[in-house]
Design a binder for this molecule. Structure first.
Ligand code: ADP
Ligand code: MG
Length: 674
């Protein structure tokens, strides 16, 4: 069945449907209502008053009368009662009401009962002599767009459901053991539910289907379990390297290093997520794995989401590996054409052992002599697909590092099957970052506080959400602030300004100067959010702090407290909102990223917090991964079972397999690179 087979759906409407991303009948029936109107049980005027639209059963006190107002305008009114209260029904420009409801005694109407200057009124209600057509049932309400009405969609979808051939896509045993409604019934009931409980069952079934297909797709395509990989040896240089570090590894670091080395040693591919709060020391763990790969004769990639972070990792690794003969190179978009060509050539010929890179390493022209290990830092910025491209370049071990704590079940849903290592301990001697939320009237005191730290040899960050002045947002811009504070407080202090709109080379120079402790105060937007590591910096001031999410504030704050100095984070804002106050209190009360992430979820509900939307992998219509975590748990054991027992090849799973094929095509055309 095609869209043009639907009656009343001409080329114009077809175009409007395209604006809703509906280009097929399948899209149409998956265009679920976003809410429903319960037009089943009549209410009294008293019950309906001041509430949402409701169904009323009324006796008419007058025949309709129409007044003409000049132009083409007219008003039709009827007076009616429910036996207790009188009410006026009013229609603008619908004079046909006049003819249809002459000499009628009782009607059903659906609309909103309001009080207009002492008179109870319903404006433009739906009116009918009988129940059955528009009234008397649960009616879907759709997201529409210009040129399409609710009735268009109800009509188009209604016709589709009548004419369509439904094909159950879930296997019988799964339907039965999970007590799921069948496909046809579910699709019909999600659009035109016969009762609220059937609607619930329909939603449950379709949600299950969304999650199930998604997880099965991930497991099939990204699970590296039992895939043959490289058996690295664990070389003695690893211990030497660790012993020569200027600090001792924390026991959590030792444990995760052990887990990673074991994975490298095993004949199967490593696919591991390394979680650790900001400042927990993930980089050194990565360095150890890279060193081990090197002594086994393999190249490694360390991929970072920003050029600033890549540059910093590059410099860190270069310094750490000094004297080991390990050749570290950096590949990033801002390199000149000549330099880029040179490094691509060196990677190909094996003249470089460790490539630190941004997305640039994903490009087609990058090939390796002998790649063995891929590490991505701050993984939430990258999508599954991107990772797949890299791993596709060889049968390599992968390690994903993230500071964003997510539950295991969610990690499985986000990355496909993987193992998780957690650094749940900060290096010794770290002091809590003292955090204070204050109003703008404290600015002078705060600036003097910064100057005092600079005079003691420390460095500071000043963070601001906006780059330039903006007319519609009443926010401080970092450029404006930079000028103002330089002229007032910081005349004798070297300051720098960095933000995303600067060219990468310029950014590098500014970071370089801050890392070298030439620049004392760095003004910045959130470009420093991830990874930047300058242990001498001990104070951060965040303007308009109410504008940031909690997890983002935590990431930002994590730029200080990296050395041995007592560190401070000042959250400046004048927000009076209850929720903003609450969030500031949370930041003041804890330094624990896991607690903060949890509170962030509670306060925000859910959703894009961990970057599902960012990575373009949010293709759920009904599922909310945080709320549906229990269902996800159940589904993960089902998908495992299917794959372990090769069930997809059985006859009963035939239509599931077909569905998965079309699902893969859809999802792969949707994934956006960013
Ligand atoms: P993150 O986990 O946020 O990426 P980093 O790897 O950048 O953290 O480490 C933060 C800082 O802590 C770095 O300066 C690093 O050298 C230092 N560090 C890492 N491990 C230890 C340790 N065991 N003892 C002391 N300092 C450490
Ligand atoms: Mg890091």
């Amino acid at each position: 069945m095609k869209l043009q087979d639907i009656k009343g759906l001409g080329p114009k409407k077809k175009e409007y449907l395209n604006n809703l991303h509906i280009t097929s009948v399948k899209d149409l029936i998956y265009h679920y209502p976003f809410r429903y109107e319960d037009r089943r049980n009549p209410k009294t005027i008293e019950e309906a008053y001041g509430k949402e639209d409701a169904l009323l059963h009324l006796s008419l006190l007058s025949s309709p009368s129409t007044r003409y107002l000049g132009g083409n305008k007219n008003i039709t009114t009827i007076r009616a009662t429910d036996g207790k209260y009188k009410i006026e029904l009013v229609w603008f420009n619908q004079p046909y009401i006049l003819n249809n409801f002459k000499n009628v005694e009782k009607v059903y109407v659906f609309g909103k009962v309001e009080n207009y200057k002492g008179q109870l009124k319903i404006t433009n209600p739906i009116i009918s002599k009988t129940l059955g057509n528009e009234l008397g049932k649960i009616v879907p309400v759709y997201n529409v767009t210009k040129g399409l009405t609710q009735n268009d969609l109800r009509n188009f979808i209604g016709q589709s459901l009548q004419k369509m051939k439904f094909k159950e896509n879930l296997p019988k045993d799964i339907l039965e053991s999970n007590n799921l409604m069948d496909y046809r019934e579910a699709i019909i009931n999600i659009h035109f539910p016969n009762s609220m409980s059937l609607l619930q069952k329909a939603i449950e079934r379709l949600k299950f289907q969304e999650l199930f297909l998604y997880q099965l797709y991930l497991d099939m395509n990204f699970s590296q379990i039992n895939k043959e990989g490289i058996s690295f040896k664990i070389v003695p240089e690893v211990d030497e390297f660790i012993n020569k570090l200027p600090f001792e590894l924390t026991s959590a670091q030792e444990r995760v290093v052990g887990e990673i080395l074991e994975d490298m040693k095993s004949p199967f591919i490593m696919n591991r997520l390394l979680q650790g709060d900001v400042g927990s020391g993930k980089t050194i763990v990565a360095a150890i794995a890279i060193l081990n790969a090197y002594y086994n004769g393999y190249q490694s990639v360390l991929m970072a989401p920003t050029e600033i972070l890549a540059t910093q990792h590059y410099e860190d690794l270069r310094d750490m590996f000094l004297g080991y003969g390990i050749r570290v190179g950096i590949l990033k978009g801002s390199l000149s054409k000549g330099k880029k060509e040179k490094i691509v050539e060196d990677i190909k010929n094996g003249n470089i052992d460790v490539v630190v890179s941004t997305h640039a390493v994903l490009e087609d022209n990058v090939t390796f002599e002998n790649i063995g290990l891929v590490i991505t830092d701050e993984q939430h910025r990258f999508g599954v697909k991107q990772r797949a491209i890299l791993t596709g370049k060889g049968n390599v071990d992968t390690l994903v590092m993230s500071a964003t704590p997510i539950p295991r079940t969610l990690a499985l849903a986000k990355y496909g099957s993987l193992d998780i290592s957690i650094i749940d301990e900060l290096p010794k001697g770290r002091k809590n970052i003292e955090t204070y939320a204050v109003g703008m009237d404290y600015e002078k005191r705060i600036m003097n506080f910064l100057i005092k730290h600079v005079n003691e040899g420390r460095q500071c960050y000043i963070v601001c959400p906006l780059i330039e002045e903006s007319e519609n947002l009443n926010l401080t811009s970092v450029e404006e602030l930079y000028e103002r504070l330089n002229e007032t407080y910081f005349r004798n202090i070297k300051t720098g300004l960095i933000h995303g709109a600067l060219n990468p080379k310029h950014k590098d120079e500014i970071m370089e100067s801050f890392i070298k402790n030439e620049t004392k105060i760095l003004f910045s937007t959130t470009v420093i959010e991830v990874g930047v590591n300058v242990p001498n910096a001990n104070t951060m001031v965040i303007y308009n702090a109410d504008r940031f999410g909690l997890s983002q504030l935590h990431q930002l704050r994590g730029r200080v407290g990296r050395g041995n100095y007592q560190s401070y984070c000042i959250l400046l804002n004048d927000s009076k909102s209850q929720i903003a106050r609450q969030r500031m209190r949370i930041m003041e009360s804890t330094n624990d990223g896991f607690i903060i992430a949890k509170k962030d979820l509670e306060l925000r509900g859910s959703g894009d917090v961990i970057g599902f939307r960012q990575s373009g992998e949010e293709q759920f219509k009904l599922v909310n991964l945080f709320e549906d975590i229990e269902m996800l748990n159940k589904i993960q054991s089902i998908t495992r079972d299917i794959l372990d027992n090769n069930k997809l090849e059985s006859v009963e799973y035939r239509s599931l397999k077909d569905e998965l094929n079309s699902y893969s095509k859809d999802i792969e055309s949707q994934i956006i690179f960013n």
